[in-house]
Design a protein around this ligand. Structure first.
Ligand SMILES: [Zn+2]
Length: 222
């Protein structure tokens, strides 16, 4: 984009042989506009591309932009309902490990995401707490000196490259990303495989907000 507008790719009917509609894409969004817009907005299609004003971009892609914003908002909500509270869960580790309805709470997003190996898997909070107790490949030292733990990782087992390794500090609660070429992806995979869910999974694990409330109440009563 420059200040005035956007280049849009016309990916269907670009020679306007058919009357009616053009399919256009820009900034990862796709939409359909009437061919009449070409004259109406005085546009020129050159080699399948045309330049449109910012106002037109925002108007024509309104639905797509809104859907994307909504998706980002929901994603943030999913993340925030669980991950930032990990230090609180850690403080209540014994309580969670000893109650199947707490232990069996499953993470909203994947824990281990492996290319070529059946995609992304979630994990229970109980397993996570056990992993963070013992498995050094999931434990880091935060810049504050506190213990930081990995709550999401992924990569390619074929190359051993780790793309992502998200961590949170149990002391200052800072969320960070420690992924990179030198991270021990294979070690993590092996370590993760040692832990299993309580089976059968508790039929009705508590909700994220219930888990949070219970842990917070324990803190207040102590
Ligand atoms: Zn810290």
């Amino acid at each position: 984009m420059n200040k005035k507008g956007y280049y849009v790719n016309v990916y269907a009917n670009k020679n306007q042989k058919e009357n009616g509609f053009l399919k256009i894409r820009c900034q990862g969004f796709c939409t359909t506009i009437p061919t009449t817009f070409i004259n109406q907005y005085n546009l020129t299609v050159r080699e399948g591309n045309m330049f449109i004003q910012k106002e037109q971009f925002e108007e024509w892609f309104k639905k797509e932009i809104h859907a994307k914003e909504e998706e980002i908002r929901l994603e943030k909500e999913r993340f925030n309902c669980f991950y930032p509270h990990i230090p609180l869960y850690w403080k209540n580790k014994d309580l969670i490990l000893n109650n199947p309805r707490f232990y069996s709470v499953v993470t909203p997003n994947f824990f281990m995401g492996l290319a070529y190996y059946g995609g992304c898997r979630t994990i229970t909070i109980g397993e996570l707490l056990l992993i963070w107790e013992k498995e050094e490949s999931f434990i880091f030292k935060c810049s504050c000196g506190g213990k930081s733990v990995c709550f999401q990782f992924g990569g390619s087992p074929l190359s051993g490259t780790e793309w992502v390794s998200k961590t949170i500090c149990l002391v200052c609660e800072k969320i960070d990303n420690k992924g990179g070429m030198s991270s021990p992806l294979r070690v993590k995979i092996e370590a993760r495989r040692k832990y299993t869910s309580i089976l059968p999974l508790a039929e009705n694990p508590v909700s994220y907000s219930e888990l949070r409330k219970i842990c917070m109440n324990v803190g207040e009563n102590n």
